[in-house]
Ligand binder design. Structure first.
Ligand code: SF4
Ligand code: SF4
Length: 622
C-alpha cells in the first residue's frame, strides 16, 4: 500500500505508521473530519499541503493552494462560519500576511472548528527571519497549541477542533521545523465522520459584521472566552508533568524544546520534574503556580523568545512566590536559533552545576557549497541577460529581489539582489527607490509571488508614474516549496490559467515584453529596450522550471546534453565565470560539461555565452 492509501485507510485505526510531523498533521485532519483545507505553500509546512492535495479528492476534502495566506484564512473562516470544519496552514511569515483577518476572526468567533497552523522556522533553514509566532496568540486572544512530536501533532490537532467548537473560536496550532520534519511512529485514530461537502451560512450580521458597535461587544465576549479556557486549561491532557527522580529542579518547556530537555535529563541522569505545556495560550496559570510552589528553582527552556518565561514570571509575581526562575531573561539561554540537546545541556549545566561534556562534532568531509540555481534553470539565463544588458547600457541599477528560487541571484557571479525582505517587496521597494533616488530600479519577482502580493505595488507604481523595470520570472509553478501549482499554472481544472500579461495590461502598463530566457538574443534586446524607457516596463521571462522540464523530457526520451568542442574552445572562461551553470567545470585546464548534470537547455551554446561557439550538442542520452 502507498503512504497515501495508508493515511486514508480507516482499518489502520490503532496501528502505527512511521510519519513525518507534517504527514501526521494530514492524518489528523482526516481524523478530525476537516472538510476545507487552504494554504499558501511555505516551508516548513509544505508537506501538509502536498499530502492533503494528493488525497483530497479521494477523502472528499475541498483543497486550495490559495493565492496568498490572507485569502487562505478568509476562505477557511467562511467555511467554518458556514458550518464546515476547516484547516488553514502556512509558514510563520505567512501569518503576517494573514494577520488582518486572523485577529478579527477571534472577535466574531467561528462555528464549525477552525484551526490556523503556523510553522515557525527557528534557525531560518528556509526563511528570511525567525519570528516567534506564539506572540500572535496573545495579540489576537486566540488559544494556542504546541505539539512536540508527530504523534502529538496528530492527536493535538484533533483536540484543537474540540476546543475550537466548544468555545466557537479559532485555534492557533504552532509547529516548528523540527516537529514538522521529524519522523516517528504514530498510532492512528479513527476517521469518525464523513467530510461535509455542502453547508449553508446562517446569517447573524450583529456577530459577523465587525463594525465598531458590534466589535466592542464581541471583544468583551472574546476576553470571557479566553478566561474560561484558562480556567479549564489545567484539566486538559495537553499539559502534563513528567517526574524523573525525586523532584529536584523544575523545568517548564514546550514544543521541540521538550525533546531536547528529555534527552539531556536522561543523558545526565538529572533529578528533575518537567512541566510540558501543550496549550500555551492561555497559559495554565494554576498548574504553573502549583509547579513553582513545589520547587525552589524552575528553569524555563524554550526556543526563540521568552514567551513561556514571561508567563511563568508573571504567575510567580501574582502569587507572591519565591521560586528562583532561570531562562533567557537572566541570560542563561539564547533568544536565537533552534536548540539542540547540546545547547540545552550547556546552559543547564551552568544553572545546576553538573559537569558538561560537549558533544564532539563529526568533522564534515564535504566542502561547503553555496546554494546554486539548478543546471538549466531559466532564472540563470535571465540574470545573465540582465547583467549583459546593464553593462551594454552603462547603467547602475538598484536590484530589488523577492522571495523564491530567484533570490539565489544574490550570489556570485550574478549579485543581482540588493534588497529582499518579504513576499512582493521587490516591487514595493522599487516604488520607494524610484521615488527618492532617480536611479533605474530593476525588480525581480516570480510568478507565484506576483499573484501573492506583487500586483498591488505594481498598481501603486503605475498610479504614481514611477520608473522601474519589473522582471517577472514565470516558471509556471511555485517552485521553491516543491512545484505546487499557482493561478498561472496549466493544471487539470476547467478554468484557464490567469495570464500575468493581462493583469499588467489591465493596470494600464503598455511597455510589456514576453521573452523566452533560453533565447538570449531576444531577451537581451527586450531588456536593453526597457532600460531606455523612463516609465514602467515589465518583462515576463517565461520558461517552465528546469526540474519540471527535465521530468517531461526524460518521460518523452528527448533529453540531450551538451559538450565542449576542445578544438574550438578559446578558454575565455565566460561560461564558468559569468554564466556559471553548475554542469560546466574546469579539469586539466580544459572546460568540460558533466553530462549527468547537464539538462540540455542549450543556453551556454549561444554566442552571447560562448563567443567561440565551442559548446555543442553531444548526443541524445535517453
Ligand atoms: S546546456 Fe549548458 S547551460 Fe544548459 S544545463 Fe547543459 S551545461 Fe548547463
Ligand atoms: S565560453 Fe566557450 S570558449 Fe569560453 S571557455 Fe567556455 S567553452 Fe571555452
Amino acid at each position: 500500500m502507498t503512504l497515501l492509501s495508508l493515511l486514508l485507510d480507516n482499518e489502520e485505526n490503532g496501528k502505527k505508521l512511521f510519519l513525518l510531523g507534517n504527514e501526521a498533521i494530514a492524518r489528523g485532519a482526516l481524523e478530525a473530519s476537516v472538510s476545507v483545507v487552504t494554504t499558501y505553500p511555505g516551508t516548513p509546512s509544505s508537506e501538509i499541503g502536498d499530502t492533503l492535495y494528493d488525497l483530497h479528492k479521494e477523502a472528499g476534502i475541498k483543497f486550495q493552494f490559495s493565492v496568498n495566506e490572507k485569502v487562505a484564512v478568509e476562505t477557511a473562516f467562511a467555511a467554518s462560519i458556514s458550518g464546515v470544519r476547516s484547516l488553514v496552514f502556512m509558514k510563520h511569515v505567512g501569518l503576517n500576511v494573514a494577520s488582518d483577518p486572523f485577529v478579527t476572526t477571534a472577535y466574531t468567533g467561528t462555528r464549525a472548528g477552525m484551526v490556523v497552523l503556523t510553522a515557525d522556522d527557528p534557525s531560518m533553514y528556509s526563511s528570511q527571519n525567525e519570528q516567534d509566532n506564539r506572540h500572535y496568540a496573545e495579540l489576537a486572544h486566540i488559544p494556542m497549541i504546541e505539539p512536540s512530536n508527530p504523534q502529538e501533532a496528530k492527536d493535538f490537532l484533533v483536540k484543537a477542533y474540540e476546543i475550537s467548537e466548544k468555545y466557537n473560536i479559532p485555534v492557533l496550532f504552532r509547529t516548528t521545523t523540527r516537529v514538522a520534519h521529524m519522523r516517528a511512529p504514530v498510532a492512528l485514530g479513527k476517521i469518525e465522520k464523513e467530510h461535509v461537502s455542502v453547508a449553508q451560512f446562517v446569517k447573524d450580521p450583529e456577530r459577523f459584521v465587525s463594525l465598531p458597535s458590534n466589535a466592542l461587544r464581541l471583544k468583551e465576549k472574546l476576553i470571557e472566552k479566553i478566561s474560561e479556557i484558562e480556567k479549564e486549561s489545567d484539566s486538559y491532557d495537553l499539559n502534563r508533568i513528567e517526574r524523573i527522580g525525586s523532584g529536584g529542579i523544575g523545568i517548564i518547556t514546550s514544543g521541540a524544546s521538550f525533546n531536547s530537555v528529555m534527552d539531556v535529563v536522561n543523558e545526565y541522569a538529572l533529578d528533575a520534574d518537567i512541566l510540558k505545556i501543550g496549550l500555551s495560550y492561555p497559559a495554565p496559570r494554576d498548574m504553573i503556580s502549583a509547579f513553582l510552589s513545589e520547587h525552589e528553582r524552575v528553569v524555563v527552556i524554550e526556543e526563540l523568545d521568552p514567551y513561556l518565561e514571561n508567563n511563568v514570571r508573571i504567575t510567580s509575581q501574582i502569587n507572591g512566590l519565591k521560586t528562583i526562575i532561570n531562562g533567557k531573561i537572566d541570560g542563561y539561554f539564547s533568544y536565537s536559533h533552534e536548540f539542540t540537546p547540546d545547547t540545552v545541556a550547556q546552559s543547564l549545566s551552568k544553572i545546576m552545576g553538573f559537569p558538561y561534556t560537549p558533544i564532539v562534532a563529526v568533522k564534515s568531509v564535504l566542502p561547503p557549497r553555496p546554494p546554486v540555481l539548478c543546471p538549466g534553470c531559466p532564472h540563470r539565463a535571465t540574470y545573465y541577460a540582465v547583467e549583459r544588458a546593464v553593462k551594454m547600457m552603462k547603467v547602475d541599477p538598484v536590484y530589488s529581489s523577492d522571495i523564491g528560487c530567484y533570490s539565489l541571484g544574490f550570489y556570485e557571479p550574478y549579485r543581482e539582489a540588493d534588497t529582499m525582505i518579504s513576499m512582493g517587496s521587490s516591487i514595493g521597494l522599487a516604488n520607494g527607490f524610484s521615488l527618492v533616488s532617480g536611479r533605474k530600479v530593476i525588480a525581480f519577482i516570480g510568478d507565484s509571488t506576483f499573484y501573492h502580493s506583487g500586483i498591488e505595488p505594481l498598481i501603486n507604481a503605475y498610479h504614481y508614474g514611477l520608473n522601474m523595470l519589473v522582471m517577472i520570472l514565470d516558471n509556471d509553478v511555485t517552485a521553491m516549496t516543491g512545484q505546487q501549482p499557482n493561478p498561472g499554472s496549466d493544471t487539470d481544472t476547467e478554468v484557464a490559467p490567469v495570464k500575468i500579461e493581462e493583469i499588467v495590461r489591465g493596470i494600464g502598463i503598455s511597455d510589456i515584453a514576453i521573452v523566452d530566457p533560453y533565447d538570449t538574443a531576444v531577451t537581451l534586446k527586450a531588456i536593453t529596450s526597457a532600460l531606455r524607457n523612463d516609465g514602467i516596463s515589465v518583462i515576463i521571462s517565461r520558461r517552465e522550471c528546469a526540474i519540471l522540464r527535465d521530468r517531461k523530457m526524460q518521460k518523452n526520451g528527448k533529453l540531450q546534453v551538451y559538450t565542449v568542442n576542445q578544438d574550438k574552445c578559446g578558454l575565455c572562461m565566460n561560461c564558468v565565470e559569468n554564466f556559471a551553470c553548475p554542469a560546466i567545470y574546469i579539469e586539466d585546464k580544459r572546460i568540460k560539461i558533466n553530462p549527468d548534470l547537464c539538462d540540455g537547455c542549450g543556453v551556454c551554446s549561444q554566442v552571447y555565452v560562448c563567443p567561440y561557439r565551442a559548446i555543442e550538442v553531444e548526443h541524445a542520452s535517453i
